[in-house]
Ligand binder design. Structure first.
Ligand code: SF4
Length: 289
């Protein structure tokens, strides 16, 4: 793959991701606004939608926190791809512009480019495909800071899992800028559960889980969380979450890891497929590039 083409694609991906929301997220926010019984909640959702509309028209970010950037890369991966992604992030930071959010964890010195050791975080899934697929998930701190992991005793079972997810959302309250999308990773090892919880956010709203049992669990959790009444921006209402997305993996017989990653209303994501002949197709998730 040509390095310049990857870099250019990453700049466009970030521009798409931060200035417009995926259609499924906008539709879910519109639907929530039409169903809300609380006037305050309706007005919060209307303000969010007006803000998203203005951002798209003016080509500016939908939120001032343009996040830190997680990339998922599939296809014929090689070591040079990460360098092109970093170049693209640095350029996007200057050109769009993105807020420079990346600092040293101890000195708090800002890299100025959103690129430094460890960030952007690039996760590779090598495949035999002829195209390279790159997905970006910008993640703001307000929702990322609510990430939670529990290593439950296996005897806690499904009820323990549900309770932990519910407790995490209730404890977070208005801080992750609800309505959120709740990403859940169940099983694996501790780090895999946390990684799955974030990756679960890539599946568009309205697209059911491949496992019908998990679709039922996702719907039940969505209903239960919305009964908490936390509401848009934590100001009360019927819409605390737009959906729950679950990924699972097998785990140790003595373990039951469960991780939750909350995504704020600014549920940004974008995907591109780069073909060997130089064509690039853009979409909003790995499910529709
Ligand atoms: S949590 Fe999301 S909507 Fe709230 S400030 Fe951060 S990026 Fe923006």
């Amino acid at each position: 793959m040509v390095a310049d083409l990857i870099e250019e694609t990453v700049v466009q991906l970030l521009r798409d991701a931060v200035t417009t929301l995926p259609p499924d997220v906008i539709e879910a926010l519109q639907y929530a606004e039409s169903c809300e019984t609380s006037e305050v909640a309706r007005s919060q959702l209307r303000t969010i939608l007006d803000n998203v509309d203005a951002a798209g028209r003016l080509s500016v970010p939908v939120c001032q926190d343009t996040g830190v950037h997680v990339f998922y890369v599939t296809g014929p991966v090689d070591a040079s791809i990460e360098e092109s992604i970093c170049m693209g992030v640095a350029r996007a930071t200057e050109e769009i512009p993105l807020r420079p959010n990346v600092v040293h964890p101890l000195t708090r010195e800002n890299s100025g480019t959103n690129v430094a050791i460890g960030l952007p975080h690039v996760i590779y899934y090598p495949t035999g495909d002829e195209f390279l697929e790159i997905t970006v998930l910008p993640k703001g701190a307000g929702s990322e800071n609510m990430t939670s992991l529990a290593m439950l005793p296996p005897s806690d079972g499904i009820n323990g899992i549900k309770q932990f997810i519910l407790d995490t959302v209730v404890e977070a309250g208005g801080r992750p800028c609800p309505p959120t999308i709740v990403g859940v990773g169940i099983g694996g090892t501790s780090e895999l559960a946390v990684s799955m919880a974030k990756e679960a956010l890539l599946r568009p709203l309205g697209l059911p889980n491949l496992d019908p049992e998990l679709t039922i669990l996702e719907n039940n959790l969505t209903e239960a969380i919305n009964l908490t009444g936390i509401g848009p921006m934590g100001l009360g209402g019927d819409t605390t979450v737009l959906g729950v997305r679950i990924c699972t993996a097998y785990c140790h017989t003595a373990s039951l890891p469960v991780a939750v990653n909350l995504q704020c209303w600014a549920a940004r994501r974008a995907t591109a497929r780069i073909y060997s002949d130089g064509r690039v197709r853009f979409g909003r998730s790995p499910f529709d590039p």
